[in-house]
Design a protein around this ligand. Structure first.
Ligand code: PMV
Length: 316
């Protein structure tokens, strides 16, 4: 039996604009994980057991656009092995369709588990590239930020089409991640933004430029440990996301509740329309803010610390 896992993720700054080549910042979230287990089978079949979807099916019966089947086939092709004689069980604690990268994390866990099972080393770059192909099924036109941050398991400053850049987190900071409970498929929000941009290119290009500038400022703030500046930048990013049309009443309710309870900043994270709201909290305010978020209707709240580079190395 071979097991591999992958963390969730959130986008801190720059979602949507990142599809149009502006920079974005994403960080892994280790409190939630996807897990893939590979077991040998006596027969030739490849049986997929998607525990959370309560679905058991054969690889040979999977439709061409099935993301799990796609990552299994792509990984086996890369490893130069025939997809046969094994079962793949997938279980994940990452909420689906909520901006925490559940699809990419499941694919990363499967690619890692298969590589381990067949005793081949795959680099993070290779895993990320394999998963990018399956992300196209989830997203249509993904920027590549999800597969990158999850395969590398470290904060990334991401610009589409450019090599990944990690950066220094000078001071740890803490986020409350609150689920609106509204599942909002990324593909739809991304498609709506594309159509809106086609209708008013100048306005949208300017909004994307402003979001890119916020992401650049945020990187500098994180690198110099200026947690105070981060909150304001999150609020500025949320205002711009509202302008491009991807906020929602549920998101606004949670963001306002967090700010009223003392958060230094709050914004949606990921595709928007639902999914998660992230709020910048600290040791003193985190319990109050988590309670306020639950009272305002959040389905669940995960508190996650973004560690400094030194802390991450010590944890490894
Ligand atoms: O909903 P998520 O977290 O998977 O991310 C979507 C992020 C977008 O910028 C909206 C799309 C993308 O591919 O980067």
């Amino acid at each position: 039996m071979t097991i591999a896992t992958a963390p969730g993720k959130i986008i801190l700054f720059g979602e949507h604009a990142v599809v149009y080549a502006r920079p974005a910042i994403a960080v892994p979230v280790f409190q939630v994980r996807a897990e893939a287990t590979i077991e040998a089978r006596a027969d030739l079949r490849v049986v997929i057991d998607a525990v959370d979807l309560a679905r058991v099916y054969d690889l040979s019966d999977a439709p061409a656009d099935d993301p799990i089947a796609t990552i299994i086939r792509a990984t086996c092709a890369r490893l130069n092995v025939a997809p046969q004689n094994f079962s793949v069980r997938i279980h994940s604690t990452i909420p689906m369709a909520s901006g925490m990268g559940s699809g990419a994390a499941v694919s990363v866990a499967i690619a890692r588990a298969l590589a381990k099972y067949f005793d081949v080393t795959l680099s993070a770059v290779e895993v990320s590239a394999l998963v990018f192909e399956t992300e196209k099924l989830h997203h249509g036109t993904p920027s590549g930020i999800d597969n990158t941050v999850i395969a590398f398991e470290q904060p990334v400053y991401f610009v589409r089409g450019q090599p990944i850049e990690s950066f220094r987190v000078a001071r740890p900071f803490t986020l409350a991640i609150a689920d609106t409970g509204v599942a909002a498929p990324t593909k739809i929000a991304v498609g709506d933004v594309r159509r809106a941009r086609e209708a008013d290119r100048a306005r949208y290009e300017s909004l994307f430029d402003q979001i890119g500038a916020v992401a650049r400022d945020a990187r500098r703030a994180i690198e110099r440990g200026d947690v105070d500046a981060l909150g304001g930048l999150m609020n500025a990013n949320q205002m711009l996301l509202r302008e491009i049309g991807v906020s929602s009443p549920e998101i606004e309710t949670l963001a306002s509740a967090a700010l009223r309870a003392g958060a230094r900043g709050a914004k949606l994270s990921g595709a928007g329309r639902g999914g998660n709201v992230i709020a910048l909290v600290d040791e003193v305010t985190q319990d109050n803010i988590a309670r306020a978020l639950l009272d305002a209707g959040a389905r669940r709240v995960v508190v996650s610390q973004v560690s400094t580079n030194e802390e991450r190395i010590n944890e490894c």
